[in-house]
Structures are given as C-alpha cells and as structure tokens.
Ligand binder design. Structure first.
Ligand code: DCP
Ligand code: CA
Length: 398
C-alpha cells in the first residue's frame, strides 16, 4: 500500500504566536529576535516583513536597515512551548504515528486511514481548520508517499497551503525546484553543485551516483535518492525516539580547535536543551566529523552514568574530537554531536556528586532565561567565538 505521509508546519511560528496575544501586530512587518540595537539575529519574520527581504538568520541591524518600520519583539519561549504542545495534541488526535521535528513541525503517517476518515485532502483540510480554530495560527501541509517529498511540499505550499503530491508524481513535482529546497542541501553543496551546472532538483536527480558519492560520500547518495523522490525513512513516534543529534557545516574547512570546540559547545547546548525538554538523560555521546575530502567518521563513548548536563556531554564530545584529530589532522568540513541510549523521564542524578548538581542548576537557569528571551539570549563563554556564525546551515535530526 502507498504510504500517506503528512508534513505539517506552522506559518511564521514565533510571530504568529505573538499575534494571537496582540492583534495589533496582525498584517504588519514583525520580527522576533531582539531589539534593533542588539547584535542578535532574526529568529522569525512575518510574511509582511519577508516582502522587504527579511529572513531568519539575518542580523537584526540589517533587518532594521531594510525595513525600519519593523516591530521587533524579544521573544517569549514559554508562550511558544505552550502553542507547540497544543499543536502536537491536535496532531496526535489524527494518528499515533507522529514525529515532531521541532516546536512547530511534524510528520504524521496517515497510511490506511482513508476508510475511517474519508478522502486524504478532506482530512488535511479538517486538520488545518482545527489548528486555525484552536490555535488561531495557520499551518501548511504537504502530503506525499514519503517524508522528504511531504516536507518539500509543505514548504512549497506556504503560507496557509495544502499540496498533495500523488504517487508517481514525485519526480515531476521536485524537478523544477531549486536545489536549496531539498532538505540536506546546504550552501556549500549548492556551490559545489553549481560547478557541475546543477541548479534544479531535476538536474541533481540525473547526476551519476558515482559522481555524487565521490564528491559528498554517502550523504551524496542519499541526496540523489531524495532528489528522485525515494525515501523509505519511517515516521518515528516521539516516545520511540532513540537519539538526538545536531550537526553543522562550517563556513570554511578548518583545523582551528578553538572554533571547532566553540561550535561543538553550541551544538551540545541545543541537544542538551532538547534532552531536558523531554526530561530524559543520555548514556552515549557520538561525535561526527566530515573532513574536507568528504570522508565522514563517527566516534562514540558510553558513560556508566546517564546525564542531561551540557558540560558532561561536551566534555565527552571534546575528548572524542581530540582523539580524532590526533589520529588524522586534516581540515574539518562538518561537525556534529549526538546522544543516544536514552533513559528517563525519571531523574537519575548521582545525588552525592555536588559538582554535577551544581551544573544541573546552571543548565536549568540557562533554560529558564532562554525560555524567556529566546535561544541566543545567553551565550556561554565557550560559544563566543562563533556567535556571529550561528545561522542557517545548522540542522538537527532525531
Ligand atoms: N527559528 C529560530 N532560528 C532560526 C530559524 C527558526 O529561532 N534560524 C525558530 C523561529 C521560528 C521557528 O523556529 O518561528 C520555526 O522555524 P521555521 O523554519 O518553521 O520558520 P517559521 O515558522 O518562522 O516560518 P515558515 O512559515 O517559513 O515555517
Ligand atoms: Ca514553521
């Protein structure tokens, strides 16, 4: 049976949530991400602001210059968490096969539900209405036989859209779109592909596998499959999530240990926040490195004591990084960190260990402030070298 996968994504999420609280913000250029004189970046821009070229990741100062009438809001993380929980509750009413991909997006597997719910598009319309009625926020939905096409379709349909890609139409739907629309194709890969004369997903789909494998390793093979609408990844239920990871392609291939560790610390803080949000701890830490020649390695270490502490996870990752670099000193193109072997939600802190308790309080305090002011409100010392580089390329997976 063909699968029916939905990808549902709320439109301009942070701004939309703010607009529910304050209707005066509706229809205006609004940005969440601090004040114009701050050094931060745009987290979310309303569609009205996007008309002026504003987008997530852009420095606030640039956004202010491009559109001085923009209303800048500092962000309210607990508000977004609340909307997110209500959003996921609505989705869970439709299918237990629900995989959140962040606060405001999720995959939902509705394969086999048609006899019960009626035609798929009708189900999608009902889902959109419920979200609009209960959250006062619009959502965009993509429907397809696999995850990657459903995700591209929901992005394509934005805002307030609904696009269904019928079985057999995957390749013709993807072909005319620019390669940047395919998840996993970052700025570096776009540049490299441009050198081969490739600018659309259709052209990418036809490149020889050997060439993609040569240039980008197994990632290249996966991207080619996705460009052909082939993706057999299942929708993974939240409660069966086995690992959390984040990775980022560096602006330039580097061996600068200071920069590599700062990046690692930043990625660790994000998976740490995710882990604590789920009230879980992890035993195994995995470091991923991709060298400039696309050789990709992972190294793991399992701890006796599960942890949800940024510092502990970072220390393990940092040690793994030192080991890898002592074995092969070659410029790094991508760095990632993951945690697996998860336990919880019950706490398993070693209560006699006061130093780890202190770190737990510190992480909680940082989470609290981030909840209030958004993620980049606090930079710990170790991430300072990369504060101006945090932006688009980072991706996360579960
Ligand atoms: N976010 C962030 N920093 C970024 C990107 C996003 O803090 N660099 C936050 C703010 C967004 C939320 O995550 O509101 C969801 O991100 P999306 O990429 O889904 O973007 P939006 O929901 O803002 O807009 P869209 O309508 O394109 O989905
Ligand atoms: Ca969104």
């Amino acid at each position: 049976m063909e699968r029916q996968i939905f990808h549902i994504d709320l439109d301009s999420f942070f701004v939309s949530a703010e607009q529910v609280l304050n209707h005066d913000l509706l229809g205006k250029p609004v940005v969440v991400g601090g004040h114009p004189d701050s050094r931060g970046v745009v987290a979310c821009a309303s569609y009205e602001a996007r008309k002026f070229g504003l987008h997530a990741g852009m420095p606030i100062a640039t956004a202010h210059r491009l559109c001085p009438q923009t209303i800048f809001l500092p962000g309210n993380f607990s508000l977004y968490r609340d909307f997110s929980a209500r959003f996921m509750d609505i989705l869970a009413d439709f299918s237990p096969d629900l995989e959140p991909g962040g606060l405001d997006e999720a995959f939902l597997d509705l394969t086999g539900f048609e006899p019960l719910y009626g035609p798929t598009r009708e189900t999608a319309r009902r889902l959109k209405s419920r979200i609009r009625d209960e959250l006062e926020i619009t959502a965009s939905i993509g429907i397809a036989t696999c995850k990657v096409v459903a995700k591209v379709a929901s992005d394509f349909s934005k805002p307030d859209g609904l696009v269904e890609v019928a079985a057999g139409q995957e390749i013709s739907f993807l072909a005319p779109l620019p390669i940047k629309d395919l998840p996993g194709v970052g700025p570096k890969m776009q540049e490299a592909l441009k050198r081969f004369g490739v600018s659309t997903i259709g052209q990418l789909a036809k490149l020889p596998v050997s060439l993609l494998k040569d240039q980008f390793g197994i990632h290249g093979e996966m991207i080619r499959r996705h460009a052909n609408g082939i993706d057999d990844r299942k929708v993974k239920r939240y409660d069966t999530v086995k690992s959390i990871s984040r990775e980022t392609t560096l602006e330039q291939d580097t061996l600068d240990l200071h920069l590599l560790k700062a990046t690692l610390k930043h990625l660790t803080e994000r998976i740490g926040a995710d882990l604590r949000l789920q009230e879980r701890q992890a035993r195994c830490v995995t470091l991923k490195l991709r060298y400039s020649d696309f050789d990709t390695i992972t190294r793991s270490q399992t701890q006796k004591q599960p942890t949800d502490l940024d510092q502990v996870i970072f220390n393990v990752g940092s040690e793994l990084l030192d080991n890898c670099l002592s074995q092969r000193r070659h410029p790094i193109r991508l760095i990632g960190i993951g945690i697996s072997n998860l336990t919880g939600p019950e706490k398993q802190l070693n209560l006699l260990d006061t130093s780890s308790q202190k770190l737990a309080y510190l992480d909680q305090a940082i989470d609290q402030i981030r909840k209030k002011y958004g993620f980049s409100a606090i930079q710990t010392g170790q991430t300072l070298p990369i504060r101006n580089h945090l932006g688009h390329t980072e991706k996360h997976s579960r």
